[in-house]
Design a protein around this ligand. Structure first.
Ligand code: PMP
Length: 438
């Protein structure tokens, strides 16, 4: 029996009257029939306006690491904001959060921002100021935020537009970007050492930065091949290029020290957001002292009215304290592994070719091929229609990953063993339904 979505649809109709497409971020628009209106979240669950409950694996695209409305975080924020929220002065809370980030990640210094977009935008500026160069390399399928410089060849790029591997095309992801901006970005395939070496050797003198998502958190969590991140590090060292790890999705999710700790490679600058605030708006740029020192009043700009505000900063303080004092990420790995193994078994039994991708706290899978993708070009070989059909059948059963398989399944500490077991029961059922239709 299909869910009742009467109230949800009525609210969405109202939303469309006053908000373009009824959403405040384009990624949330799933079409007029499927876009939901959410009213509540608690732990591993969210509810729509009709009271339908879903086990949430979108987790707002990753920030929820502990659980929705996690009491320790909500209480710390409520307590902090009673004393005011923003003063345009440094607060003790900001000092404490910066100390936590330094301790947990091993960076020398941090500046706080509000969103991942702001963090990567400032990181690129710092890299340019530090090197006196202007261009940068990113990798196909990577997303770094909503500003003009980085909106090229993100995970929404159609396969036919990518161009050849030898000479990739910068695919502009939005109208309204000035024509000249595309000259600053170079997109290359992830995990392709030969292409990277060739490009850096030819163009190092104009390269300020290589910005990399250490695993492709916007393209199914595709993993770096052994040696790949080390190779990027080596090339940056040899040619004086700033290495930026964009850890907006991996930070405080795959280890307390993020991808730097997990993969054992250190960047010059690192950007954090999402999991550091368990759903509150807070971000950070961290890095080596010498590079961070580039942010100098009157010379290299970083800031904003709300940077370090009490809401996001208190949320980060509480979230990071829980992560630092309890085996949260270890537990998430264990449960995520159970879920990945369960999914793999069910798909194998159903004779559906598939390959699992990513790490247990941030994973996905592709269908229709059993070849594990190593880059965005490999990912789009998968059967995206079958994936979407499977997810829609799951959502009907109260389990909600994103319908777009590029957006990984995110786990949080509130996905306990019972939730995982319920998910696998629904998954088995959804696979049966999708198979019976084909
Ligand atoms: N970098 C990465 C790797 C991201 O995944 C995102 C958001 N999905 C961003 C940057 C931008 O973050 P925000 O949406 O907070 O601006």
């Amino acid at each position: 029996m299909a869910r009742d979505l009467t109230k949800t649809r009525a609210l969405f109709e109202r939303a469309k009257q006053v908000i373009p497409y009824g959403v405040n971020s384009n990624f949330r628009y799933w079409g007029d029939e499927e876009t939901l209106v959410a009213t509540r979240g608690e732990g591993a669950y969210i509810w729509d306006a009709d009271g339908n409950r879903y086990i949430d694996y979108r987790l707002a695209f990753g920030p929820i690491i502990l659980g929705h409305a996690y009491p320790a975080v909500v209480e710390r924020v409520a307590e902090a904001i009673r004393d005011g929220t923003t003063f345009a002065w440094t607060t003790p809370l900001e000092v404490q959060v910066a100390e936590r980030i330094v301790r947990m990640t091993g960076v020398d210094q941090v500046r706080l921002s509000n969103t991942g977009t702001e963090a990567t935008m400032h990181a690129l500026r710092i890299a340019r100021a530090y090197t006196s160069r202007e261009r940068f390399i990113k990798f196909e399928g990577q997303y770094h935020g909503m500003y003009d410089y980085v909106l090229f060849t993100t995970a929404g790029t159609p396969a036919s537009a990518l161009g050849s591997r030898r000479n990739p095309i910068n695919v502009q992801m939005s109208s309204g970007i000035p024509e000249g901006i595309r000259r600053y970005v170079i997109n290359l395939p992830f995990n392709d050492v030969e292409r990277l070496e060739e490009t850096v050797e030819a163009r190092w003198h104009e390269l300020a930065a290589i910005i990399v998502e250490p695993l492709l958190g916007n393209a199914a969590g595709i993993l770096p091949r052994p040696g790949w991140l080390e190779k990027i590090r080596e090339l940056c060292d040899r040619y004086g290029i700033v290495l930026i790890f964009d850890e907006v999705k991996t930070g405080f999710r795959i280890a307390n020290g993020g991808a730097q700790e997990y993969f054992g490679v250190r960047a010059d600058l690192v950007t954090y957001a999402k999991a550091m605030g368990n759903g509150f708006p807070i971000a950070a740029i961290g890095g080596r002292r010498e590079v961070m020192a580039t942010v100098e009043p009157g010379r290299v700009s970083h800031g904003g009215t709300y940077t370090g505000n009490a809401v996001g900063t208190a949320a980060a303080d509480a979230t990071l304290e829980v992560l630092e004092t309890k085996p949260i990420i270890k537990t998430i790995f264990r449960r995520g592994r159970q879920l990945m193994e369960g999914i793999h078994e069910i798909l194998t039994r159903a004779d559906i070719p598939h390959a699992m991708t990513g790490l247990p706290p941030i994973f996905s899978f592709i269908l229709g091929t059993d070849e594990e993708p190593v880059d965005f070009r490999g990912y789009i070989q998968g059967d995206e229609d079958l994936y979407e059909a499977l997810v829609m059948a799951l959502i009907e059963r109260g389990v909600m990953p994103d319908a777009d398989g590029r957006e990984p399944w995110f786990l949080c500490y509130s996905h306990d063993e019972e939730v995982i077991a319920d998910t696998l029961t629904a998954f088995e059922d959804a696979v049966r339904e999708v198979k019976s239709r084909s």
